[in-house]
Design a protein around this ligand. Structure first.
Ligand SMILES: NC(=O)c1ccc[n+]([C@@H]2O[C@H](COP(=O)([O-])OP(=O)(O)OC[C@H]3O[C@@H](n4cnc5c(N)ncnc54)[C@H](OP(=O)(O)O)[C@@H]3O)[C@@H](O)[C@H]2O)c1
Length: 169
């Protein structure tokens, strides 16, 4: 089972403002959906705060097994499986028969899974100072950029973006 991370961050590393995304990027949302749905048997892992931030119409994220990390043993989210620790989330995805497990944030969850992922899919949003929630520090030396695709402003996107896939060296 491949374990990958997917994130959109601005040039300063910000990923969130309050408990929501700081920008509107339909092109990136479409890529997020296509990648994370994959063949229809994938799992996604998110933090309880990111789960709370999803609009009702997208909760649970359709066509994916939704795994939510919480330390609260009594937490229940309709349509989600709860994991209290990293190994449990991986075990749940594996037991569901997922080919791919996508770590979809937020900051606390990215941090916890950093050592476990094979790939990091980063959309750099060409703006700065977008919020107060940041992607954790990561050692760029152990990662190599393998795919890059740029999108200009347009198609409803508020900012230009560059999509890069980082794989472990
Ligand atoms: N730009 C992007 O790509 C992107 C993607 C996702 C999210 N975001 C943004 O990121 C922000 C949310 O990030 P965040 O870091 O504040 O919250 P988060 O990572 O989404 O969720 C944090 C929660 O995860 C649970 N948790 C944390 N560590 C845990 C552990 N060791 N074991 C079990 N559960 C654990 C806790 O839930 P309990 O409190 O229930 O115990 C904690 O409150 C929002 O602004 C959101 O919009 C951005």
């Amino acid at each position: 089972m491949k374990i990958a991370m997917i994130v959109a961050m601005d040039e300063d590393g910000f990923i969130g403002k309050g408990n929501s995304l700081p920008w509107r990027l339909p092109t990136d949302m479409a890529r997020f959906r296509e990648l994370t749905v994959g063949d229809g048997f994938n799992s996604v892992v998110m933090g309880r705060k990111t789960w709370d931030s999803l609009p009702d119409s997208f909760r649970p994220l359709p066509e994916r097994v939704n795994i939510v990390m919480s330390r609260d043993t009594s937490w229940i989210g309709e349509g989600a499986e709860t994991a209290l620790y990293v190994g449990r989330a991986i075990e749940l995805a594996f037991a569901e028969g997922s080919d791919e497990l996508w770590i979809i944030g937020g900051a606390e969850i990215y941090s916890m899974f950093m050592d476990r992922v094979d790939e990091i899919h980063v959309t750099t949003v060409h703006t700065g100072g977008s919020g107060e929630v940041s992607f954790p520090d990561w050692e760029k030396e152990v990662w190599r950029a393998s795919i890059m695709k740029s999108e200009d402003i347009g198609h409803g996107d508020e900012f230009a973006t560059t999509y890069t896939v980082w794989k472990r060296v």
